[in-house]
Write a protein that binds this ligand. Sequence first.
Ligand code: ATP
Length: 202
Amino acid sequence: MRLGIFGGTFDPVHFGHLALAEECLLRARLDEVLLVPAASPPHKGGKKISRFDQRVEMLELAIAGNEKFKIEPMEADRPGPSFTIDTLEEIHKRRPEDELFLIIGADSALEFSTWKDPAKITRLATLVVRVRPGFPMPTEQEYISQLHNHLGLLPKVIFVEGPPFLDVSSSLLKERVSNSKSIRYLVPRAVEVYIQQKKLYL
Ligand code: ATP
């Protein structure tokens, strides 16, 4: 199957994440998308992160009823920082017959060559990049040739333009919750209720 892999901190998951995964599923003709919460995200420095099980519970609430989205909690079992290459290799080992597509946002795409083993990543998976209006991104062709020059191999890349970009981020949501502002309509209702019940981000 054509398997999408979408990693993130998901602290908390929001409609920006879900709309991104949905658009990539459709545009790249994926059969399924695995949402992979990072146990210890290498890019988030020393910032405080909610418990892994709570981030997974919020993901479960967010994707309930969508058979094409699954949660892959494998990063919880690995000690040390969660690197995408390790996750991809593990998924490839478990599901060697699947074709892998790594879904990333435009911000991550611009930093991609600083990730661990970017060349190996592009050998294992096609990059599916969510382009963002007003965000300084090269064209698909320019991006491919930049990566080609940097990595010495021709990566497979799909640029996905989406529906109107929902300008929401987990940081914004946390800030709103801590300032007692509403996050309604920015996250699924069940996630909003969960955040209230567990008193997260206060
Ligand atoms: P933070 O505010 O803490 O940086 P975040 O909302 O960006 O969090 P992450 O879990 O770190 O969430 O993001 C995972 C991926 O989702 C990243 O590749 C990011 O580019 C993408 N993403 C985040 N928000 C949006 C959005 N509103 N629309 C599309 N993609 C998004």
